[in-house]
Write a protein that binds this ligand. Structure first.
Ligand code: BGC
Length: 437
C-alpha cells in the first residue's frame, strides 16, 4: 500500500498530488473517502483483516509531506500515527516493509523543482534520517517506488505531477532519484544495523514477437534496458535485494506499419505503448485496464534478474485491476506458480506481496480501478473480503500450492482449463522461453 493511496483526505498533508487532485476535481468524487488509514482504527482494522488472511508481510509507505510538512519542521503527530500503524503490524506479527517515497513529494519541495532540483538529494536524506531514527524496528526498506514510471509520467509525459516535460528534465530527475537512493541507502545501513534496503523497480518485460529475428530481439532488449534495467544497473551496488513490481509483459514488433496505437492500456505506460508498439493479443486482455496475464514472462524475468544481478528478490507488487474479481484468483495462482518454479530453478525469491490488500486510490484513475483482494466501498468505507483473498489465504496457510485442490475449489469451465494448461507450461519449463504465445 502507498500512503497517498490509502490514507484518505483527513489530517494535514500538502503534497504535490493533493494540489494536482485539487486542480483535477474530476478524478475523485467529493463523497469518496477511500480506506482512510490516517484515521485511527482504519489501518488497524485492515491489519486485523490481513492477519485473518494469514499474511505475514505488509508493504506500506510513509508520506514525506506529513512527516515534514514545511521544510525543517518535523510533525511529531505524523510520526506518532505511523508508529501506531507499525506497532499494530508488529503486534499482529506482520512484518512491515516501508517505502520512503511512493511518487508523492511535499509541496514545498515541488515548488523548488521536485526531482529536477539537486537540492532534493540532501532534503530526502534528512527526512530519511528522521524516519530511520524513529523506526529502527523496521528491517526492510524501499527508498523509492518505480523511478521509471515517475520519470516517464511526470517528466516525459504530463500525467503525474510535476508535469515538467522535457528530455533534460527527465534526465535530471532520473539522475537525482538514483543519487537520493544511494545516499538514503547508506543512512539506513548506518542507522539501522541489519536493515535490508532496495527500491521497488517496475518491470514490464518486453520480448520480441519473433525470437528468431535478431533485430527484433535487440530492439526488445534495448527497450527493457531503457525501461527498467538501467535503473537497477544504476544502483546495483547499493541494493541488498531486488524489489520487483510486475504486472504484465508484452511482445514487441518491429514492423512499424502494423502498429496499432492503443491508449487504453495501463495509464502509467502510454509512452511505451505508443513508442514501442506493444503487441497485445486480443484474447490475452484480461484485466479491467487491458493488461494481459503472462505469468511465463514473469518466470522468465525472475530468472533473468537472478542471473544478471545475483541478488535475492522480493516481489514487492503483483496484481490485477479486476473489480468483479473474475480473474484475480487465476492471476495470483499462476504468478505464484511462476515464483515457485523460479525457486525450483534456483532463483532466490524471498517474499511475494500481492498488490494490493485493499482497494485504494489508483492515481489518475481515482477510485475507478480495484486492485484489492479486499473490496472497499470508497464512500462508506465498508470492507468485503473477495473470493481471491480466500485462495490467497489457502496458499499461505498450506505453505504451498496444492494445485489440484485449488483448481477444483476455485475454478471451473474454460478458466480451469486455461489454468491447467498454463500451470503445466510453467512447471515443465526448464530454462529458456517460458513465454506463452
Ligand atoms: C504502483 C502502484 C499502483 C499499481 C497499480 C504500481 O506501478 O506502484 O502505486 O497502484 O502500479 O497500477
Amino acid at each position: 500500500m502507498a500512503s497517498f493511496q490509502v490514507e484518505g483526505n483527513s489530517g494535514k498533508r500538502n503534497c504535490d498530488w493533493d494540489v494536482f487532485l485539487r486542480e483535477h476535481p474530476e478524478i475523485i468524487e467529493p463523497n469518496q473517502v477511500g480506506p482512510e488509514w490516517w484515521k485511527k482504527g482504519k489501518a488497524e482494522g485492515d491489519i486485523d483483516l490481513m492477519k485473518g488472511l494469514g499474511m505475514q508481510t505488509q508493504r506500506l509507505s510513509f508520506e514525506w509531506a506529513r512527516i515534514e510538512p514545511e521544510e525543517h519542521r518535523i510533525s511529531h503527530e505524523a510520526l506518532k500515527r505511523y508508529r501506531e500503524i507499525i506497532d499494530h503490524l508488529h503486534k499482529k506479527k506482520i512484518r512491515p516493509i516501508v517505502t520512503l517515497n511512493h511518487y508523492t513529494l511535499p509541496e514545498w519541495i515541488a515548488k523548488k523543482g521536485s526531482w529536477e532540483n539537486p537540492k532534493i538529494i540532501d532534503a530526502f536524506a534528512k527526512y530519511v534520517s528522521v524516519v530511520a531514527h524513529e523506526f529502527g524496528d523496521v528491517k526492510i526498506w524501499l527508498t523509492l517506488n518505480e523511478p521509471g514510471v515517475l520519470v516517464e509520467s511526470g517528466y516525459l509525459l504530463p500525467f503525474f505531477p510535476p508535469q515538467h516535460i522535457g528530455l533534460i528534465s527527465a534526465i535530471r530527475a532520473h539522475r537525482h532519484m538514483l543519487q537520493a537512493h544511494k545516499k538514503a541507502y547508506w543512512i539506513l545501513k548506518r542507522m539501522i544495523p541489519h536493515a535490508h534496503v532496495s527500491m521497488a523497480f517496475d518491470f514490464r518485460w518486453y520480448r520480441p514477437q519473433n525470437p528468431h529475428d535478431p533485430f527484433e530481439t535487440l530492439y526488445a532488449n534495448l527497450v527493457d534496458y531503457f525501461d527498467s534495467l538501467n535503473y537497477v544497473d544504476g544502483v546495483k551496488d547499493t541494493i541488498d535485494f531486488i524489489g520487483c513490481n510486475f504486472y504484465a509483459g508484452y511482445f514487441l514488433n518491429l514492423n512499424l506499419l502494423k502498429f496499432k496505437f492503443r491508449l487504453h492500456g495501463p495509464q502509467t505506460a502510454p509512452l511505451r505503448t505508443i513508442l514501442f508498439g506493444e503487441v497485445r493479443k486480443p484474447h490475452a486482455y484480461i484485466s479491467d485496464v487491458g493488461a494481459p496475464i503472462v505469468s511465463g514472462f514473469f518466470l522468465e524475468l525472475l530468472q533473468f534478474l537472478a542471473k544478471r544481478y545475483h541478488k535475492p528478490i522480493i516481489i514487492t507488487e503483483n496484481g490485477i485491476a479486476d473489480r468483479r474479481d473474475i480473474h484475480r484468483g487465476f492471476y495470483i495462482l499462476v504468478h505464484l506458480v511462476a515464483v515457485w518454479r523460479a525457486i525450483q530453478l534456483g532463483v532466490d525469491v524471498r517474499q511475494y506481496l500481492v498488490w494490493s490488500t485493499v482497494d485504494n486510490l489508483e492515481w489518475l484513475e481515482g477510485y475507478r480501478e480495484d486492485f484489492g483482494i479486499v473490496h472497499v466501498d470508497q464512500v462508506s468505507g465498508k470492507r468485503t473480503v473477495r473470493k481471491s483473498a480466500h485462495l490467497y489465504r489457502d496458499i499461505i496457510s498450506a505453505r504451498g500450492i496444492h494445485i489440484k485442490k485449488l483448481l477444483s475449489e476455485y475454478f471451473e469451465g474454460e478458466q480451469k482449463e486455461r489454468a491447467e494448461t498454463l500451470i503445466h507450461h510453467l512447471l515443465t519449463h526448464h530454462g529458456k522461453a517460458a513465454v506463452e504465445k
